[in-house]
Design a protein around this ligand. Structure first.
Ligand SMILES: Nc1ncnc2c1ncn2[C@@H]1O[C@H](COP(=O)(O)OP(=O)(O)OP(=O)(O)O)[C@@H](O)[C@H]1O
Length: 235
């Protein structure tokens, strides 16, 4: 399912969060959205999720202009916690299953085991890292064609990040899903990515195919990202 931003601008007061951005995300690919703090990564994802509307331009998912109703087609893992603290892990799973008809209970049960989460634990008793794991369980258990992950590794310790990146691979449906991941953890995420996009102060300043980058330029994503940022700072 194609996701398209066409000449999208978003202003907060007099400051731009996105400036005339056009991007196309294709089915079956995993995109990394990279950029320094405050560059517009989360704003881009929120627009695709129908949580923020552009001042100019259009955002489309599957040729449908995005409104709040798009949540039926788009799974979104936010950087923020949006849990009911008195719920248990199990309650939260049941709540999601009741909200989204595409929620796959079997997948959720497997993910809970993989993520070593206890169904009976109250959310307010979970550590930050375990709340991060629960967010991943909730987003990955939906059978949507678009999956948006905003800082999916936030709060996870470096020792488990690698294994979680690997388990992500087994839960993404590559034939059908378009996946967009906004992150600062470039090294960890690199093995997952097909395409990388760099946003800087609301502008798209670079886009590359990861394989081409490695084969033709001999660069890792992190090396390319750093050189792109150095060029911007030199201007
Ligand atoms: N609700 C809001 N009200 C006012 N300004 C906002 C709001 N949301 C975002 N912004 C501003 O828009 C710009 C882009 O923010 P955004 O959260 O998209 O960046 P980001 O790249 O995701 O940053 P980070 O890496 O720190 O999460 C920032 O300058 C931010 O302060």
């Amino acid at each position: 399912m194609t996701v398209k931003l066409l000449n999208v601008s978003k202003r907060y007061g007099k400051d731009f969060s996105l400036k005339n951005v056009s991007l196309t995300f294709e089915t079956g690919k995993i995109y990394g959205l990279l950029g320094p703090n405050g560059s517009g990564k989360s704003t881009t994802l929120k627009m695709i999720a129908g949580l923020v509307y552009p001042n100019n331009g259009t955002v489309e998912v599957d040729a449908e202009e995005v409104t709040r109703k798009i949540c039926k087609k788009v799974a979104y893992l936010t950087e923020l916690d949006m849990f009911y603290p008195s719920f248990t892990v199990g309650n939260m799973i049941e709540f999601y299953a009741s909200q989204f008809s595409d929620f796959d209970m079997e997948k959720a049960e497997n993910l809970l085991i993989d993520m070593k989460l206890d169904r009976a634990k109250k959310i307010k008793q979970l550590s930050k890292g375990n709340r991060g794991r629960l967010k991943l369980v909730l987003a990955l258990s939906r059978k949507t064609q678009v999956l948006l992950l905003d800082e999916p590794f936030s709060g996870l310790d470096p020792m488990v990040r690698d294994s979680i990146v690997k388990s992500l691979l087994s839960y993404i449906n590559f034939d059908e899903q378009t996946v967009i991941i906004a992150t600062h953890e470039i090294d960890e995420i690199e093995p997952l990515l097909d395409e990388v996009i760099v946003i800087f102060q609301g502008d798209i300043i670079g886009q590359k195919n990861v394989e081409t980058l490695r084969e033709e330029e001999g660069l890792s994503v992190l090396e390319w990202f750093k050189s792109t940022m150095v060029q911007m700072e030199g201007n």
